[in-house]
Design a protein around this ligand. Sequence first.
Ligand code: BES
Ligand code: ZN
Ligand code: MN
Length: 494
Amino acid sequence: MRVRADSTPPASIAADVLAVPIYKEDRELSGDLAELDAASGGAISRAIEWGEFNIVEHYTALIDGGDLAADRVLLVNGVRRGRGAWRARRMASTATRRLQGRGASRLAFWLRDGEDADAYVAAAVGARQGTYRPHTIYGRVRDTEAMLRSVEELVFVGDSVPAGDDLERGVIMAEGVEFGRTLANRASNDLYPEKMADVARELEADGCTVEVLDVEQMQALGMGALLGVGQGATHEPRLIAIKLPGWETASPERRLAIVGKGVCFDSGGISIKPADKMEEMKHDKSGAAAVIAAARTVARLNPDAPLMAVAPMVENMPGGNAQRPGDVVKAMNGKTIEVTNTDAEGRLILADALHWAEQQGATHLVDIATLTGAAMVAFGDLISCYFARPREWGAEVARAADATGEWVWEMPLATEYRPAYDSAHADIVNSGSRDASLIKSAVFIADFVTKPWVHLDIAGAAYLSADKATNPKGAVGTGVTTLAQLALDFARGS
Ligand code: BES
Ligand code: ZN
Ligand code: MN
C-alpha cells in the first residue's frame, strides 16, 4: 500500500472513497464537517438522519459521494479515546477492513482534527492492518480476485497532513506489524524453533548480526530453565539473538535488549491444557515474533540504534522425556527452580533469556510475552499490561505505545508477594496459587533480572479468537510498533 499526503481539501480530492470520522459530538454537523456535507449536497447528513450511520451502534457506513470529487464516502465511528494515535490507528484499520473486496483502490482519509505526525503514522499502520488476510498464509487461492482487492493507495487529506518522511516511517512500521503477525499466525508444524532461526537469519540482509544457540551451547551456558521446558519436544529449542549494527558501536552504558517469549506450541506439557481452543496456543510465540519484527523494522529505520532482539524458542510438549511437575532445574543465573506447573513455562524460558541478554551487555531490558491467562481475563483483547522496575523505564515504554496507537496499562510489581514462591526444595517455585497470579508471574521474572526492566504481558491482546471490525481472527502483531518506537526513542537518548 502506497501512502502519501495531499493538502487538497477533502471535498475536492479525487478518490474511490473518502473516509471521514464521525464523533458523538457530530449529531449536529458543524464546522469543517458541515462544509463537507454541504459540498456533498447533504449526502452525509441525510445518511445519518436516515439511520444508515449511528455512532453508538455502527462502525462504518458506506454512502454515495454526492457532489464530492470522491465517488463514495465512508463514515467511520471515531471514538474519542485518549491520544490521537490509538484512535487514528483503529479508525484506519476499520476503514480498510470494511473496504476489502470493494473497488476502492484509492482511499482518501481526512483525520479532521489537527493530529500530530504520530497519529498519521499510526493511521498508516492501521490502514495496512485492515487489509490483512491470514487466510493467504496457507489457503488455496480460491478467493476470486475481486475478494482479494483492497486499498492500494492511501492519501491523507486536510490541513495538518505531515511530511513524507513521517509517512515512510508508517509504511515500514506497517510492514513490520504484518511480518510479525504472520510469524505468530504460522502453524506449529510449519514454524518451530529452528525455522524461526531461519527467519531471523534473513535479517542479515538488513545488516543485522544473527546468532543462534543450539542445545549443546545452552547446556554449556547452564540454561537449565529454558532447556527443561523444551526437553519433551522433538523439535529442539534454540536461542536467537539479533543485533543491529548499532549494538556493537553503542556506548556500553546504553544498550537495549527486547526479549520475546517464543513458545511455538504450548500444550501445557505434563500439566496439560484442556483440548478446547488448544489450537490457539500456536500463537504462544507472539512475543518472539514481535521482537524479531521490531528488530527488522528498526534496522530499516535506524540501524545505529543500540538494539538486540532475543527470542528463546521452544515447544512445550508432554512425552517420555518431558519435564515433570516437581522437577528442579537450575537457571543460568544459578538459582534453582522447582517446576510446580509445567504450563507456567514462559517465565522459565524468559528467566534464562533475560539473564543471557544482561550478560551480553544489555543495560535496559523489555520482555514481551503471552504469559498468563490472567492477563487475558483482566485486560481482554484491547489492552496489554506491563510491570516495570524502575517505573520511570516503564513510563518510556508506555510513551512509545501511546505514540504508535497501542494501549498498555501499568500493574504493580509487588515484590512483597515473592515469599509466595518460596520452595521447600529449591530457591523458587514457578507457579503458585491463583490469587494475584498475574502480579506474581512478573515477580517471578524479577528474580532473574538486575537491570532496568519492563515486562509486557500481551496474552489477551496478541490474538483475536473471532473477527472484529478492526482485525480478522488470529494474531494482530501486538507490541511490534511499541518496541520499534521505543528503540528509536532510545537511540535518540530520549
Ligand atoms: N501461554 C499461556 C498463557 C496464555 C493463555 C496466553 C491464554 C494466551 C492465551 C501460559 O504459558 C500459561 O499457560 N499460563 C498459565 C500459568 C499458570 C499455570 C501459572 C495460565 O495463565 O494459566
Ligand atoms: Zn505459554
Ligand atoms: Mn503455558
